[in-house]
Design a protein around this ligand. Structure first.
Ligand SMILES: NC(=O)c1ccc[n+]([C@@H]2O[C@H](COP(=O)([O-])OP(=O)(O)OC[C@H]3O[C@@H](n4cnc5c(N)ncnc54)[C@H](O)[C@@H]3O)[C@@H](O)[C@H]2O)c1
Ligand SMILES: C[C@@H](O)[C@H](N)C(=O)O
Length: 351
């Protein structure tokens, strides 16, 4: 059995009285769960596919997006176009492919969401609520939705930030992610939806371009260091944020999805690996590109967002409940990034 396209769910009409809601157990017979979990993956978190392919087989993983994927992704396994806002098409895809697991990654990130609030609201809330949740519940899917450090705000404890505390984010991105967390947990407790959610730190990978978030600098610095030997950072040098290498992110995501339900005391968990400032990251990068020149031109919008986010994450519940532990710290991250990208900057080559 194959897997559904990621992030799309037809909405079950909210007007239906809860007692006869289509996925109320008495109404909705449990869907057939194939022997192999089938997983829809969104290509946006780079590298997402390979661990899933390894684990479940390429033909059991369907990738979708509204953007054309890179050739190496497109020709590596099933890919389909799917607009998270096109409910009818998505429902057909989910039913025709007999989906059992769904990883929903579509979203507009923090900075790009502030620049287009109506679109962020449509994709991050309408797409998430009126599609992803509804079809997951209607078809008894196991659903993963990533949340973020951005789901906290200036009144949350910042150092460290625990799983359970005040969440009053000041971005449409953060508000939409708290909405996803709360609605996913409501559907779990009210209707038995197997909803699982991780609050990711800033995710860093070598094989993708940043997607318009506040932590993008931690990806861009590697590309600029190699290309020009210069990097202009839009955050202050002392801005500390939780970060994670992509392999740890994907490991945690598969682990939470495969964890036995009885091990989960929560449905939404913080996960953490490291926290660093632009200054600390630059010092580590300069061990590979000594000629790197750092400069700072603070972007007030993204600085204000970063100043409202956690500085350090408390992920003790994830480590206790399902054995989470990270593999990459800052030194490991930088070594791995340069092993992938190469560290001979153009300047060094010219010299
Ligand atoms: N990258 C990070 O640091 C980070 C950290 C925390 C959480 N996350 C979460 O992980 C997910 C992916 O993040 P990312 O950094 O890869 O973001 P990204 O911006 O690179 O990718 C988002 C994807 O959503 C797709 N999309 C947008 N509108 C769509 C629509 N209408 N229908 C279908 N797809 C649509 C885009 O084409 C894009 O491929 C998001 O939910 C984000 O909140 C990311
Ligand atoms: C942190 C994460 O959610 C994303 N990279 C952002 O900065 O918006």
């Amino acid at each position: 059995p194959s897997i559904p396209c990621p992030s799309l769910l037809p909405s079950i009409h909210a007007s239906i009285h809860p007692s006869i809601h289509p996925f109320h157990p008495s109404i909705h017979p449990p869907s057939i769960i194939p022997s192999i979990p089938s997983i829809p993956i969104h290509p946006s978190i780079p590298g997402t596919l390979s661990p899933s392919w390894k684990r479940f087989g390429k033909n059991n993983v369907i990738l979708s997006d509204i953007r054309k994927p890179a050739d190496n992704v497109f020709y590596s396994g099933p890919f389909i176009f799917a607009d998270i806002l096109d409910y009818k098409n998505l429902r057909e895809i989910v039913v025709n492919n007999r989906i059992t697991w769904l990883f929903h990654y579509s979203a507009l990130l923090s900075a790009v969401g502030e620049a287009n609030v109506p679109l962020a609201r449509a994709v991050n809330i309408t797409g998430m609520l009126h599609n992803v949740l509804d079809i997951a519940a209607e078809h008894n899917l196991r659903l993963f939705v990533p949340s973020t450090i951005g789901a906290f705000g200036p009144t949350s404890p910042r150092d460290p930030t625990p799983d359970l505390c005040i969440q009053r984010p000041r971005t449409i991105y953060g508000v939409s992610k708290v909405h996803a967390e709360l609605m996913g947990e409501y559907y779990h407790y009210r209707y038995g939806l197997d909803f699982r959610c991780l609050r990711y730190p800033g995710i860093i990978s070598a094989d993708s371009q940043p997607g318009g978030g506040t932590t993008d600098y931690a990806v861009q610095i590697f590309h600029d260091a190699i290309k020009t030997g210069k990097f202009k950072c839009y955050l202050r040098p002392d801005t500390r944020l939780p970060m994670m290498y992509i392999d740890d992110c994907l490991k945690a995501t598969l682990e939470i999805m495969e964890a036995p339900a009885e091990a989960l005391t929560m449905r939404t968990y913080n996960i953490s690996a490291m926290s660093f400032t632009p200054e600390e990251l630059a010092q580590e990068v300069q061990k590979y590109v000594p000629e790197l020149e750092m400069s700072y031109n603070v972007d007030q919008v993204r600085q204000a967002i970063a100043d409202s986010w956690p500085m350090n994450f408390d992920d003790s519940n994830a480590r206790r409940d399902w054995g989470w532990k990270h593999d990459y710290d800052l030194a490991e991250l930088v070594t791995t990034m340069f092993s992938y990208l190469g560290s001979d900057s153009r300047i060094a080559q010219a010299n």
